[in-house]
Design a binder for this molecule. Structure first.
Ligand SMILES: Nc1ncnc2c1ncn2[C@@H]1O[C@H](COP(=O)(O)OP(=O)(O)OP(=O)(O)O)[C@@H](O)[C@H]1O
Ligand SMILES: [Mg+2]
Length: 587
């Protein structure tokens, strides 16, 4: 159940201008955040100067008054910087959330505009991961990383200035360690980036494994084929790989970092040593200066390490953004033209025409439908029959414009379906697909999805037509009964009838039933056909069916074979013709 990842990230370029576009609406607030960061950072570096004064002046002279003022200053600075940092993180988190909200909605909206081919070729788990986990991960990464970065850079700059002001000679000792840090970090960052890439692939595998195998359908498949253990085995392997990678990425460069920490730990010693040497050489270095230095070193080196860390975090953001952008960059293949035409329900009076239509799902292969032409007259009952895989459902897909033809046109009353508005098509056409799909909600909610303003009376009528009335009155919760995941709490035939009811509720002018009653027993099927004919007056009905008894009374039967229209006529015509259809009937 694990297929290859479908990530078309290669041709998507990550660019800062694109990111800045996302951030643009919040520029003013971001400037405020930046100012708060700078203010906090600048105030933070005042403390060591106060410490210097305490050690050099207040303590030796036992000047309680001065000491009190300096300590008050230290406390005041701490309180002030704490408040500034809380306010700043509150603002930046809320901006981050808003940016992510914008992006999430934009992505969802864009995905809605893509064509069916995208969804039939992409793993559900992957799409889910993009919209939910990817984007929320990005929120924390983006806001925390960006603000941390700004904070640390500010700290580094202000601290360096403070050090130089205190004593430039000792400052040099502290600054000398920086190149070493950079070097070690470069190495570790490279290792980590590679591991992270593998990690993300594994996470995608794992999550699509979960969404596929832990669904009702996947469970039935695994259980009935005795493959559950195999799936657990696969999952264990996936999960193990992931945890190994996770461990490796967290422990990568442990030794290198240990060495750095060792240096950091010894830095105060070096500082006092350096200060001592300077004193011995007759230079004037106060004890307070040295103590202040030790305090400042902490403030310089930790942010430095953090800045290196943010580099890795930015790498993650970049990877996620690239994936999200790659989705946003997928052009919707099927688009509404500018100023599309509308065709209202009551205006449809001629019919649907296929005019020299050729089509294949992937452009390279030989055509599935080969230059076919036929007309489905309005207000009549047309049946579409043919061997399995002959392209019947595909014709339905073209009528609904879920795909566009490669050649030729599909016309509604002479209007190319490409010129019609999406609204017109969905208003005219009601489809019951071969693979019934129900939302995991109550029966009523499933019906109201099709027509939110349907009255109780309309619903009751439709349920009657779809032969569901007895069933629903027998349910203790009636219409409020939950249908379960994909409708799995109902039988196949019940599911089909619910789908029929849902489509009929919209009172479509054209009704396309794709094997919509295949799971019904002959009696229920008959009752449904009779009930349908009472409400389908003037409705154009297109029925795709294998069970030929159901198409007998069609006004027109189209027989499809090898992507071509083999014959067209009524049941009696075709029987007397003695061709393909007659063979199908008598077999
Ligand atoms: N989304 C798709 N992507 C690629 N190929 C597809 C897709 N859907 C169908 N096909 C291929 O197109 C061919 C025709 O499929 P179609 O669903 O139209 O057949 P059908 O006549 O409805 O068959 P059945 O009676 O079994 O429902 C099949 O060979 C199938 O493999
Ligand atoms: Mg089909």
């Amino acid at each position: 159940m694990v297929m290859k990842t479908n990530t078309n990230v290669s041709h998507t370029k990550f660019s800062f201008s694109r990111v800045s576009h996302l951030v643009k609406p919040y520029t003013t607030t971001l400037v405020i955040v930046l100012l708060l960061i700078i203010i906090g950072g600048a105030f933070g570096t005042i403390s060591p100067f106060l410490i210097q004064k305490i050690v050099d002046d207040a303590l030796p002279a036992s000047n309680m008054n001065l000491l009190f003022n300096l300590v008050l200053g230290l406390a005041g600075i701490s309180i002030f910087t704490t408040i500034v940092s809380v306010v700043q993180s509150y603002i930046s988190t809320s901006i981050g959330q808003r940016i992510m909200h914008d992006l999430r909605v934009k992505l969802y909206e864009h995905l809605q505009s893509l064509s069916l081919s995208f969804f039939s070729s992409t793993r559900t788990g992957e799409i889910q991961a993009r919209i939910t986990s990817d984007i929320s991960k990005m929120q924390s990464l983006l806001t925390n990383t960006a603000t941390d970065f700004a904070r640390h850079v500010t700290a580094i700059i202000t601290t360096t200035i403070a050090m130089l002001l205190l004593d430039w000679r000792i400052a040099i000792v502290s600054i000398l360690i920086i190149p070493l840090l950079v070097l070690v970090n470069q190495r570790v960052a490279k290792i980590r980036e590679r591991i992270m890439h593998d990690q993300q692939e594994r996470v995608a595998d794992l999550s699509s494994n979960i969404t596929e195998s832990l669904s009702a359908g996947g469970f039935i498949l695994a259980r009935t084929m005795g493959r559950a253990r195999h799936l657990v085995h696969m999952f264990r392997k996936n999960s193990e790989d992931l945890s190994k990678l996770e461990t490796r990425s967290n422990t990568a460069g442990q030794w290198e970092f240990a060495i750095i920490f060792l240096f950091l730990d010894m830095l105060p010693a070096f500082t006092f040593f350096g200060g001592g040497i300077l004193l011995g050489m007759g230079y004037k270095v106060s004890i307070g200066t040295m103590v202040a230095f030790v305090a400042l070193q902490e403030q310089l080196l930790w942010p430095l390490l953090e800045v290196f860390e943010t580099r890795i975090e930015f790498g993650k953001v970049r990877a996620i953004l690239t994936r999200v952008f790659s989705y946003l960059d997928m052009p919707p293949e099927i688009t509404e033209r500018e100023n599309p035409l509308t065709l209202h329900k009551n205006e449809f009076e001629k019919g649907i025409t296929f005019e020299n239509v050729s089509f294949s799902y992937d452009r390279e292969s030989v055509s599935l439908l080969k230059n076919i032409s036929f007309t489905i007259p309005a207000g009549k009952y047309t049946a579409l029959v043919g061997a399995t895989g002959s392209g019947k459902s595909t014709i339905g897909n073209l009528i609904a414009r879920l795909y566009d033809t490669d050649e030729g046109r599909v016309l509604f009353d002479g209007i190319d379906v490409k010129d019609l508005s999406f609204n017109s098509i969905s208003e005219l056409l009601g489809i019951v697909t071969q693979d019934p799909f129900l939302l995991n909600a109550s029966i009523e909610e499933n019906l109201l999805f099709a027509k939110p303003d349907a009255t109780q009376e309309e619903i009751a009528n439709i349920l009657q037509v779809a032969q569901l009335k007895t069933l629903i009155t027998s349910l203790p919760e009636g219409l409020k009964t939950q249908v379960g995941e994909r409708g799995y709490q109902f039988s196949g035939g019940e599911r089909q009838r619910l789908c029929i009811a849902r489509t009929l509720l919209r009172q479509p002018t054209i009704l396309l039933l794709d094997e919509a009653t295949s799971a019904l027993d002959a009696e229920t099927q008959k009752a449904f056909t009779a009930a349908l004919s009472s409400v389908s007056d003037g409705m154009t009905v297109i029925s795709i069916a294998h069970r030929l008894s159901t198409v007998r009374y069609a006004d027109q039967i189209i027989v499809l074979e090898n992507g071509k229209v083999e014959e067209i006529g009524t049941h009696d015509n075709l029987i007397s013709l003695g061709g393909r259809y007659a063979k199908m009937v008598f077999n």
